[in-house]
Design a protein around this ligand. Structure first.
Ligand SMILES: NC(=O)c1ccc[n+]([C@@H]2O[C@H](COP(=O)([O-])OP(=O)(O)OC[C@H]3O[C@@H](n4cnc5c(N)ncnc54)[C@H](OP(=O)(O)O)[C@@H]3O)[C@@H](O)[C@H]2O)c1
Length: 302
């Protein structure tokens, strides 16, 4: 039985199982079926590159002694970003992805590889997603947007901006929603508030989903690069992606997700500031590390 989880600043986790402990070393995100003291520890090893079985106290000491709150309470503060899917925060393992085109399907591919469950939705109905589901395998299912939203521990909105008003609000109430959308007036029609710089695309979604916690994510990377551009933490050429939110925990969630995907994060701040990473700004679509991204965000003009 899993008793406690301890994480240190480097993301190492000590799982204490009965009288013994297991120290898990982060990266890469792969399943390592090493010998474990209990099935629960094996399950929690997902996403870590190695596991050392140690006496309980030794594992706790090695990991630095930061306790993850009990499993029925979501973690908060700096611990949260080091939790891996299925690694002690079971409340955040199913992603509802509304929009199953370029961006939605690419996020799903990587998320499934990382161990998440994904529930995909589009406008034409779940039956039209059979090919994608076959490719994604057993961790993916298809549903209507309302069902995907209801099933989600957190959600991704990956539809054209003009379809944002169709996103079901009620089943997303209280949830973190990652907004990938961009404004292409050629496709979405003109929206005066955007044309005149009075609002951001993510604020539009936040206004539509007032009870959800919106965070910008994945909007300034080409869809195909989501599965090819990730690098291990600390790699010299690690790409950085921006987020923004009016809710710190939502930005934190995106940062954790980016990290799992192999990207660093630059937090722009509030949704009102997210125009800095919108279409045609210097940071848009560019491969850049965190320092370069910060510089490009600072250069942006409205
Ligand atoms: N493509 C990129 O590289 C990229 C990069 C960053 C951000 N983005 C942004 O991400 C968003 C999605 O782009 P994309 O390229 O993935 O578009 P896409 O390939 O055209 O896919 C759009 C998806 O949204 C679904 N959809 C449309 N209207 C819907 C509705 N009312 N309810 C539910 N689902 C609906 C579509 O379903 P049906 O096919 O059934 O209609 C489709 O699955 C856009 O806002 C885009 O600007 C794109």
């Amino acid at each position: 039985m899993l008793l406690d989880t301890i994480l240190d600043a480097r993301g190492r986790a000590a799982f204490l199982v009965g009288g013994v402990g297991a120290l898990l070393h982060p990266r890469p995100a792969s399943w390592l079926p090493l010998s474990c003291p209990a099935p629960d520890t094996a399950r929690h090893a997902r996403g870590f590159e190695a596991i050392s079985i140690l006496p309980r106290q030794e594992a706790a000491d090695a990991a630095g002694g930061i306790f993850l709150p009990p499993r029925d309470r979501p973690p908060s503060g700096p611990v949260m970003k080091y939790v891996r899917p299925g690694c002690g925060w079971p409340g955040m393992t199913t992603i509802g992805i509304i929009g199953a085109g370029n961006i939605g399907s690419q996020i799903a591919r990587k998320a499934v590889e990382l161990g998440y469950q994904v529930v995909m939705a589009n406008s034409r109905g779940p039956e039209t997603l059979a090919d994608l589901l076959e490719e994604l395998g057993g961790k993916a299912s298809a549903a209507t947007p309302a069902q995907a939203a209801a099933a989600a521990d957190f959600a991704v909105v990956a539809v054209p901006l003009k379809a944002v008003r169709d996103i079901p609000a009620e089943p997303l109430a209280g949830k973190i929603v990652i907004d990938t959308t961009n404004y292409y007036w050629e496709r979405d029609g003109h929206i005066a508030d955007l044309d005149e710089g009075r609002i951001t695309t993510s604020q539009l979604l936040q206004d539509h989903l007032p009870q959800s916690r919106i965070a910008k994510g994945f909007n300034h990377i080409l869809a195909q690069e989501i599965t090819t551009d990730g690098r291990p933490a600390g790699a010299e050429d690690r790409r950085a992606l921006a987020t923004a939110s009016d809710f710190p925990e939502a930005a934190e969630q995106v940062a954790r997700f980016y990290d799992e995907f192999g990207f660093d994060t630059v937090n722009i701040g509030s949704l009102a500031e997210s125009w800095r990473v919108e279409r045609d700004r210097p940071a848009y679509g560019v491969r850049q590390n965190a320092q370069e991204l910060e510089a490009n965000l600072a250069k942006a003009e409205r």
